[in-house]
Write a new protein. Structure first.
Length: 137
């Protein structure tokens, strides 16, 4: 098993503290590894933005977009990896809200790294679930 950087483990701990969030552990670790690979020295700052975005979603403080086609059971929130004037909304969180209000997060990541996030999300859902949109199995 490959060694995991301590900053990724710290980020896992931050996610574990979010009582309103549910995400498959292997999916979370894969997403964090991709973000660490992309953002490196800025990883902790990016994680601050990710946690803030998830809290904003959970508290209905932001506008989310419904997804289409194979991902129609999910919503998406676009946000900046680093909050700064002129910075594009290069990050995405794909999720659905459970009946109890919990956010069931399918994927968190950069829009294009390592590949299109919507394609990656569809592939992940199909891999883990065998069909689109049923996260509870």
């Amino acid at each position: 098993m490959a060694e995991v950087d301590g900053r990724i483990l710290d980020a896992v701990g931050r996610f574990a503290e979010l009582s309103f969030l549910r995400m498959k552990p292997e999916a979370l670790l894969a997403d964090l590894q991709c973000l660490f690979e992309l953002y490196g020295d800025s990883f902790e700052e990016v994680m601050d933005g990710v946690v803030k975005a998830l809290k904003d979603i959970a508290q209905d403080r932001v506008t989310v977009s419904p997804m289409k086609y194979d991902l129609s059971q999910y919503s998406c929130y676009h946000f900046q990896s680093v909050v700064e004037q002129g910075q594009p909304a290069d990050m995405r969180s794909l999720f659905k809200r459970a009946e109890d209000g919990t956010l069931e997060v399918e994927m968190i990541g950069n829009r294009f790294f390592p590949a299109d996030i919507y394609t990656r999300a569809t592939e992940r859902i199909e891999y883990y679930l065998g069909d689109i949109g049923n996260m509870s199995e």
